[in-house]
Design a binder for this molecule. Sequence first.
Ligand SMILES: *Cc1c(COP(=O)(O)O)cnc(C)c1O
Length: 376
Amino acid sequence: MIKFNVPPYAEKAYDYIRECVENQKICGDGAYTRKCNEWIEKKTGTAKCLLTTSCTHATELAALLLPEIGPGDEVIMPSFTFVSTADAFVLRGAVPVFVDIRPDTMNIDEKLIEAAVTERTKAIVPVHYAGVSCEMDKIMEIADKYHLAVIEDAAQGIMSSYKGRALGTIGNFGCFSFHETKNYSMGEGGALLIRDEKDVEEAEIIREKGTNRSKYYRGQIDKYTWINYGSSYLPSDMNAAYLYAQLEMAEEINDARLRCWNRYYENLKPLAEAGKIDLPTVPEGCVHNAHMFYIKAADLKERTELIAYLKDKDVMSVFHYIPLHTAPAGLKFGRFHGEDRYTTRESERLARLPMYFGLTEEQVDYICDVLKRFYE
Ligand SMILES: *Cc1c(COP(=O)(O)O)cnc(C)c1O
């Protein structure tokens, strides 16, 4: 059986975690958390990175950093995304306003955003699906024009870029995920990227239960106190140690994934050219991280048959998001702006193929052969 996902693992994790245990230093903001933060800052060029317990929590932290977002305010986002994108703002009492996606990248259609802006709009949350960037120039232009914050859901986007800039560093805040289904894993974990120096201190305070403990740890003050609302978003240093071992070999992991992605693409091109399936698009200026390889079948019925056929041939493939605006909580908390031309239709066509560090080119070839037989 070819699994759909195998969580990434680096041999060194064992040594690093043992070191944490032997030193009895496993709480938050230890040596490995610092190393991960610095690695991400250097790699992406962001002003500040703070490791968190998840991408969901990083997004919540970003929402808490925007005190102007409150009950009845609106936040523009795609409906084709994971629930966390919306949850962070629903918890603040805000209304997710869903905008249709582009069929080529499955990302929010930047041309439809401006029409969804109202007097209550406070932020835009672009989601970089499959690690392929949204059209950020246009999105930042709209944000500037209407004074909106931009929080990038870059859960899938570490190692990807848009016109030379790392995903997660373009908006005010960016959120990474290190869940075990992502390219780099700490089991459960994430990171908040902060673009502007001016937002760093407040972020540290909210992440530390509303206290200035981070400053205290750095020796900048001699006692710490409660100064704002906050929560606890620090992961254990053991999880950071597990992640750091993978970050050290990030290029190797990225290259291996890209090799599989490109092999899928080349192998399946004839099927796409024959009009049987659609393949993902990577627009010019976007460098992606091979987070995912998906194909699109004709419709829901064909996709269901395809996934069953693959399973019968020992290949695990899965579909993805049920659009949020059709889910019970989406109906309760959000609204769809404009027409749902592509969100539902394209989400019903999409099937994700196995993709993980360690997947072999022989396995990719086998999967592609199975797909070709299905379409014969
Ligand atoms: C995985 C994912 C999340 C959530 O990440 P966690 O680290 O599990 O909280 C949020 N948004 C998107 C687009 C994701 O793919």
